[in-house]
Design a binder for this molecule. Structure first.
Ligand code: AN0
Ligand code: CP
Length: 309
């Protein structure tokens, strides 16, 4: 978020990119971007490739754990297990084949300090010799949060809308990256921001900032203009599932106390866990345009990188 700078300027640039996506095709001529995925993806993979193509770049995707050797990420280990290659060699090799690198590497919930120090993406920044785009790292998903901000900016009907980030139940432990980034960006944006979650799900203080935290979901939803649902695992009891309370599933009951709020989710979403069919299928659900804006957010970031080369 610090790298994007002034948010009003970034939003103006996003509107321009959305209007004329091919106007900067010359920037990426003879430039290559390699997108490295340690984890699954639908949106990030495709929207990043599309953004690169709109800018005239050649995108190459590498699926670590699928296409390449399994990569060791820890320093100082004896590599006698199933990992054939170390990041220390793989990163500069990848860097030698491209001009920009994108990396997706989720939290594994093994070591909170190491994950919150972003040891994997920081190795890419240090050893690749290339500008690096986060495609969701251990603690943040900035291209998602930027797309979310673009979407809120498009759909808002009030100068300062009320935006609620709500926790919702999920069968598996999920990273805090999406809610961390959403909180970080909403705290910086011109919105009235509230985080609703069960006790024990408070986000790390550097991301929660001064946002109001509400443990009563119905109270948080009152008068809201945007409901942003997401599951995440506990930060304080790192990576743990502390609640599976299905009363937090976003349904018509909660949406009824909002100010006819729009429903948002970064996707992929589990229906009738995070949100009921009724809400996600309603005309107030903007999850598809939100996902479409992932091309715009990625393209603004890549465009700025190309312009500074
Ligand atoms: C991931 C997460 O919660 O971080 C990716 C979301 C963009 N979601 C899942 O693993 C289901
Ligand atoms: N929202 C998002 O990043 O989706 P993917 O995991 O499919 O890329």
């Amino acid at each position: 978020m610090q790298d994007i700078g002034n948010l009003a300027e970034a939003l103006a640039e996003a509107r321009q990119v959305k209007r004329t996506p091919f106007a900067w095709k010359h920037l990426g001529r003879d430039k290559t971007i390699i997108l490295v995925f340690f984890n699954s993806s639908l949106r990030t993979r495709l929207s990043s490739q599309k953004a690169a193509l709109n800018l005239g770049m050649n995108p190459i995707v590498l699926n670590v754990n699928g296409d390449s050797w399994k990569l060791e990420t820890e320093l100082g280990v004896i590599m006698d297990g199933d990992k054939s290659e170390h990041l220390r060699e793989a990163i500069p090799v990848i860097g030698s084949y491209c001009d920009i690198i994108g990396v997706r590497s989720f939290a594994k919930f093994e070591d909170r300090d190491a994950e919150y120090a972003e040891t994997i993406i920081n190795q890419f920044i240090e050893y690749s010799g290339r500008p690096v785009i986060s495609l969701e790292s251990a603690t943040v998903h900035p291209c998602q949060a930027f797309a979310d901000l673009i979407t809120i900016d498009e759909y808002k009907t009030k100068a300062r809308p009320k935006v609620v980030l709500t926790w919702a139940p999920h069968p598996r432990a999920l990273p805090q990256a999406v809610p961390n980034s959403f909180a970080e960006w909403m705290n910086a944006a011109d919105v009235d921001f509230v985080i609703a979650c069960p006790p024990g799900y408070e986000l790390a203080p550097q991301f929660a900032g001064n946002a109001m935290v509400e443990h009563d979901q119905m109270k948080a939803f009152e008068g809201a203009d945007f409901i942003y649902a997401k599951n995440w695992s506990s930060y304080s009891e790192y990576g743990k599932i502390l609640s599976t309370d299905m009363s937090w599933t976003v349904g018509a009951r909660q949406m009824a106390v909002t100010d006819n709020a729009f429903f948002m989710h970064c996707l992929p979403v589990r229906r009738n866990m995070i949100v009921t069919d009724e809400v996600i299928d309603s005309p107030r659900s903007i999850v598809i345009p939100e996902a479409a804006n992932r091309v715009v957010s990625a393209q603004v970031v890549m465009k700025r990188m190309l312009e500074s080369m």
